[in-house]
Write a protein of this length. Structure first.
Length: 123
């Protein structure tokens, strides 16, 4: 079984990676406001023109201070950082990123659904 490695981050991020993803299972307890960041090795192994890797330290540094950043903005920021680092160098792997932010459970027991509108044609 693969080990889950967890770097310590001061912000409310839960960041994990493993070197053997086949049949990998892990349990992570999220607190309200935590952000779970899942990514492929193509992110940290992105190379610049000198063939240096982006790496885990740079990835963790990019997350610092962004615990309240909306996820769509955070996604854009992270992917642009990797793109800017690589400066057009050809990459051997894909970039996969999944961001999940845990919000506190609702106090109501009723489920809310988005409002939908329908239009009926006059006949």
């Amino acid at each position: 079984m693969a080990r889950l490695k967890k770097p310590s981050l001061k912000d409310r991020f839960r960041l994990a990676w493993c070197h053997r993803p086949n049949n990998f299972t892990a349990a992570v307890k999220l607190e309200p406001g935590d952000t779970l960041v899942l990514f492929s090795d193509g992110v940290t192994e992105a190379m610049d023109p000198k063939e240096d890797f982006f790496g885990i330290p740079a990835w963790c540094k990019m997350l610092t201070g962004h615990n309240d950043t909306p996820l769509d903005e955070l996604q854009k920021l992270l992917l642009e950082a990797v793109e800017n680092f690589s400066r057009g160098a050809s990459q051997a792997d894909d970039l996969t990123l999944l961001l999940v932010r845990y919000r506190a459970a609702a106090t109501s027991t009723e489920t809310e659904f988005p409002r939908t509108t329908t239009s009926a044609s006059a006949g």
